[in-house]
Design a protein around this ligand. Sequence first.
Ligand SMILES: O=C(O)CCC(=O)C(=O)O
Ligand SMILES: [Fe+2]
Length: 198
Amino acid sequence: MLHDLEHQGWTVSDDIIPAELAHRLLAEGHHRWEEGFFHAAQIGRSLSQQRIAGIRGDTICWLDDTDPHPASIDFRLWFTALQSTLNRYFYLGLKRLECHYARYDSGAGYARHIDQHRDTSDRKISMVLYLNENWQTGDGGELCIYDPATPEREIARIPPLMGRLALFRSDTIPHAVLPCARTRWSLTGWFRTDDDSF
Ligand SMILES: O=C(O)CCC(=O)C(=O)O
Ligand SMILES: [Fe+2]
């Protein structure tokens, strides 16, 4: 996995996250959704933020340090250990992960983009954990990875299966979410090199 991340800039694993943790995270996502904690996702940063549903159709719910949800707390422990591994292996100096639930309604997707914002390089590694049970071929919603040198060229199409984890470089890897045919759940995060601003 680390080898692929190093050499091709992205990697996928189906067994790195404990299955019971993924199921608890999905249940927690449903709960947060039902309680009304999701809001429309935006594109870009602060003042330039805009919502263009045609480009990015998900609604999101950020995790924060003070969340009392047991599954989130366990997930935080888990990705902190992953962060240590990435730092040991790549000397990246990662300090924290910012992370949100994402829920794509049927018909929604996310057009091709790169995760690192133009004016800051603090996002180093992107992580997406998929939380969809019984996802079928016709359900769409695949993560598409494109060639960094030729962004029109698709090099992988990854169905968002329950417990699957994708990791990729935030600065170089163009990717997109194809429109899904049913509700699509995930947790998306970015390992960053800056301190929390609070
Ligand atoms: O959910 C995915 O597969 C990718 C989401 C994504 O690219 C993003 O939120 O920046
Ligand atoms: Fe992205």
